[in-house]
Design a protein around this ligand. Structure first.
Ligand code: PNS
Length: 162
């Protein structure tokens, strides 16, 4: 039986922390679908197509990883993907409350759906897309946080804004 998992998120932008989870999950599951949330109310820095394109580029060497966008409920996206597993990363205890709430809610809406948590690698446990956006906004060095392509796109984005 082919095991498909989905890894949903905003990925605004994708960081080394996300990539670490994608690599690890792609070894455990036959097929990993990364779902990029397209949500108007969240007002992202990058349009969903830009986030999808960056992700595609940085995972292109992983043959069993697919990148796609989704909108609406995660449970519906999971159903459409024929997946019963949601992957999420846990960095620290502060992530736990929100993640537990989300996984319980999703499990009630679809009892066949389970969330599998990966503990992030310690070297990325401090990392978040929002701090990367903040550092890049002030033209700080983000090369320790994101792949070179994402670094370029972020600098472009912030120089366009001026
Ligand atoms: O990277 P993020 O922003 O932490 O990811 C959050 C995400 C996309 C997993 C979450 O916001 C989500 O699943 N949104 C879709 C809408 C939904 O299903 N909400 C109810 C979950 S309790």
């Amino acid at each position: 039986m082919m095991r498909t998992a989905i890894y949903p998120g905003s990925f605004d932008p994708v960081t080394f922390g996300h990539l670490d989870i994608i690599h690890r999950a792609s070894k455990i599951f036959d097929h990993l679908i990364v779902g990029v949330l397209s949500n108007q109310s969240k007002q992202p820095l990058f349009a969903v197509e830009e986030r999808v394109d960056m992700l595609r580029e940085v995972v292109k060497e992983l043959p069993n990883v697919e990148i796609t966008s989704f909108s609406g409920l995660l449970v519906d996206f999971a159903r459409a993907c024929n997946s019963q597993v949601v992957i999420r990363g846990l960095r620290a205890i502060t992530d736990f409350e929100y993640e537990l709430q989300m996984s319980q809610t999703n499990h009630i809406m679809n009892p066949d759906l389970d969330t599998v948590f990966f503990t992030t690698d310690l070297k990325y446990s401090y990392l978040s897309s929002s701090t990367v956006r903040e550092v890049a906004y002030f033209h700080g060095d983000i090369s320790a946080f994101v792949p070179p392509l994402v670094e370029q796109e972020m600098h472009k984005k912030f120089s366009d804004m001026k």
